[in-house]
Ligand binder design. Structure first.
Ligand SMILES: [Zn+2]
Ligand SMILES: [Zn+2]
Length: 172
């Protein structure tokens, strides 16, 4: 199975986080990631809901374009808090071949714990871009994190079922 190209676009302050995510995703999934640092300030601020003080994740992803002919997967890593309608917040969102992960609620004074959280959320959203859905196995990276405890409990790789599903998607 060939590796899909993945571009991880990170705010300048999140370079280390992006490199961690890149390492994790290369280990866990059939993708070839590349890290790019960019100034996302304008896109972030034009997608911000002023009442909530949070970035609308769908609007933000729409602002980067969702050309279905684009082969490459794109994941954006930002520091602002994000949300989708109907939820107080989300850690990340995948939408077609684009995804966003916010580090806002992953922060911890324990740097290693924080970076592990970033790795898991990046792998999770890239899993969605590859066609995987949520998994009921609470140790699988595709388990839905409703809280940071869920993120801390799960691993950064796919369970056997999700790995098999990914194989099936790849050959179909
Ligand atoms: Zn998810
Ligand atoms: Zn799974």
């Amino acid at each position: 199975m060939g590796r899909r190209r993945l571009r991880i676009v990170a705010e300048g302050s999140l370079r280390e986080e992006a490199l961690e995510g890149s390492d994790a995703v290369r280990e866990a999934l059939p993708v070839e990631p590349e890290v790019v640092v960019a100034d996302l300030t304008e896109r972030v601020s034009s997608s911000r809901n002023r009442m909530r003080g949070q970035v609308n994740a769908v609007r933000f992803l729409e602002s980067i374009g969702t050309d279905p002919r684009r082969e490459e997967l794109v994941l954006l890593l930002i520091s602002d808090d994000i949300y989708i309608d109907g939820f107080n917040f989300c850690f990340g969102l995948a939408y077609g071949k684009s995804a966003v992960v916010s580090v806002y609620r992953l922060r911890s004074r324990d740097r290693q714990l924080y970076l592990r959280r970033v790795r898991k959320e990046v792998v999770h959203e890239v899993g969605h871009m590859l066609g995987l859905k949520h998994c009921r196995d609470s140790s699988c990276v595709m388990f839905f994190s409703n809280s940071i405890e869920d993120t801390d409990r799960k691993g950064e790789t796919l369970c056997q079922r999700c790995a098999a599903t990914l194989q099936r998607i790849a050959v179909s």
